[in-house]
Design a protein around this ligand. Sequence first.
Ligand code: TXA
Ligand code: MG
Length: 321
Amino acid sequence: MATIRPADDATLADAAACLSAGDLVAFPTETVYGLGADARDDDAVARIFAAKDRPSFNPLIVHVADRAAAETLGTFNDTARALADRFWPGPLSIVVPRRAEAGLSLLVSAGLDTVALRAPAHPLAQDLLDHFGGPIAAPSANRAGEISPTRAEHVADSLGDAVDLVVDGGACMVGLESTVIDLCGDRPAILRHGAITREQLERQIGEVEDASVAEDETAPRSPGQIARHYAPSIPIRIDVKDPRPDEAYAAFGEPAPNPAATTLSLSPSGDVIEAAARLFATLRALDRPEFAGIAVAPVPETGIGRAINDRLRRAVAAQAD
Ligand code: TXA
Ligand code: MG
């Protein structure tokens, strides 16, 4: 069972040390408890997806102390600044273009060039960010398909040993996830309704579109959002054991000698969590015009392997469109 600890200074220091070590820490925010990991650490972020047992990769919210910290990770325009200055710290997540040089895990954004940023208002979330000193990726701290936790005990009941430490901050005030607004399209669009209402947003920045979809972590995303997910620009084939000599090969496990133009292994040891951590970086590294295409080895359909295969199948489907 996960260790639940009262939120004193020693706990927060240990929680920050856990995050630095690549472990998972559940912590209270004003909305719901988050399952946190260092947002710059691909392996730690992969462990979030494995712990939640999500069958697909959804991009995660990255938590920061304030707008200054956010602007080191994403590009803010005037609209983003107006929203952050009015609603932060608070239950609003703002999707902006990701700064490539900021060192965020590609898995945090599920391969997208954008990132959802939020400065939480809960004092313990702020204390943890202060102790840790870096960005914390955190979805709601529950298994996929279960309701979001608003107490430390809910987290422990849902995630058990999959979380290393739960910081107990009592009940969450809002009890409902943050509003997600996307500023990367032609017009600002709400992707998820939450504690900050459309009317509140529109008073600040004018007309806001409603592009929200029902929140169901087990259901596939709406087509509009799928289309925006990363797909390589060269052809991709999956479940390939024998790559062609002009293809780039993403192997799984120790690659047998093969004739591919180049080979990178998603996980030399055949570990699906490691493969998840490396998935997007590997696809991007192999996505080069000198190759006829990318061939990906079969990945086992177990645990987070399902999310990997889901993403790969969508990359193939995106190209068939
Ligand atoms: O209140 C909350 O937001 C909680 C607490 C822990 O902060 N977190 C939370 O995270 O609910 P999560 O991962 O369960 O929800 C993230 C939402 C999803 O709807 C996801 O699709 C959207 O934000 N999202 C994240 N990054 C995105 C991006 N780059 N583009 C579009 N949507 C994004
Ligand atoms: Mg959730």
